[in-house]
Write a protein that binds this ligand. Structure first.
Ligand code: MRU
Length: 346
């Protein structure tokens, strides 16, 4: 099962705001619909946002009536601008847009050739995501022992990607290898990606999962109930991992309890041009905190802070797993120093 698919000018995806109650598949025929779906978090999770953005540009190309390359390129640039304004933190969005744009700008041939090239590149981005995630799963699984209990936060699973997941790819791979593992999923307030999505997708796959609220992490760690933490990332910068709000607290608690804290993410999530100081942390609406679904749980008018992500300094990260392998802190620091991703060259 793919979370998103291209079907001849229609992008089909699951509406994640309706899960776990309903599996609603939505069809999008314009880039503005994709942008709106990302904004409203029907589509979410860094790698999936990237693939969706690529398909959004593919829709613009597919339905364009432009008669020449320059006009088509202008339309693509406009769509790219609209997509860039959806969510600011996950770098995969910007990575996918730039990948399509640079390919399109340097292409030769007529308008039809350019349309084709954009659509094919978008499909390639989506297909590569699946291959890359399987690799992450393969490497990540090496860190998981038979009998381990893994704590995860938010949803870094199949639903956050085109397929297979990142942090949950490691879990999935270990499970497929026959390791007897269990997962503890944090509910992940305010939007409950852990309760709604991680619990749902693991239960569907038959992988044992226990749900806890976010404020139970310290307790379960102190009772020896967690062997390892695996989370995903929205952006990995020179000095930190940026991921769903609450990740930083879990990392600090893991450090205090000597529990390995692993981050699993594709290279498309790495942003070595930035440090944590220059990344925009998305601030979302107050109603996400004051309401659970349609029920108000706080006094009307209360002042609210709602950052969607937080910043975990690299010192708390035991290793980063990507499609090229497992990066120790030393590997990571060397890569940052060299300014390029060059494996095994130390
Ligand atoms: O706000 P969301 O649901 O898009 O946030 C998702 C996360 O923070 C995930 O952990 C991250 O994107 C990694 S997904 C493989």
């Amino acid at each position: 099962m793919r979370t998103i698919e291209w079907r001849d000018g229609v992008v089909v995806t699951i509406d994640q705001t309706m899960l776990p109650d309903r599996e609603d598949w939505i069809e999008m025929r314009g880039c503005h619909e994709v942008a709106e779906a990302i904004k409203r978090m029907k589509i979410r999770g860094a790698p999936l946002i990237g693939a969706a953005a690529a398909y959004g540009l593919a829709l613009t190309a597919y339905y364009s009536k432009a008669r020449n390359r320059d006009d088509l390129l202008r339309e693509i640039e406009q769509s790219a601008d609209m997509l860039r304004r959806t969510r600011p933190t996950a770098v995969n969005l910007f990575w996918a847009i730039e990948r399509i744009l640079s390919k399109a700008r340097s292409a030769v041939g007529d308008v039809d050739a350019l349309k084709n090239l954009i659509i094919e590149e978008a499909k390639r981005i989506a297909e590569e995501d699946v291959i890359v995630n399987r690799k992450i799963g393969e490497y990540g699984s090496k860190l998981i022992l038979d009998g381990d209990t893994i704590l995860t936060h938010c949803n870094a699973g199949r639903l956050a990607t085109v397929d297979y997941g990142t942090a949950l790819a490691a879990v999935r791979f270990a499970w497929e290898e026959g390791k007897h593992i269990k997962v503890i999923a944090t509910e992940t307030r305010p939007l409950l990606q852990g309760a709604r999505l991680t619990a749902y997708e693991l239960m569907r796959d038959g992988i044992p999962v226990t749900l806890i609220t976010d404020n139970m992490v310290g307790y379960v760690m102190s009772r020896g109930l967690v062997d390892k933490v695996f989370v995903g990332a929205d952006r990995i910068v020179q000095d930190a991992v940026i991921n769903k709000i609450g990740t930083y607290s879990i990392a600090v608690l893991a450090h205090e309890h000597n529990i390995p804290f692993y981050v699993a993410a594709p290279l498309s999530t790495f942003d070595f041009h930035s440090t944590s100081k220059n990344v925009i942390i998305e601030e979302r609406g107050a109603e996400e905190v004051t309401y659970i679904k349609s029920i108000r749980i706080a006094p009307a008018g209360v002042s609210v802070l709602n950052p969607a992500f937080d910043i975990t300094p690299i010192k708390y990260v035991s290793a980063i797993i990507c499609e090229k392998g497992i990066l120790s802190k030393d590997d990571f620091e060397r890569i940052v120093r060299e300014g390029r991703i060059n494996f095994g060259a130390s």
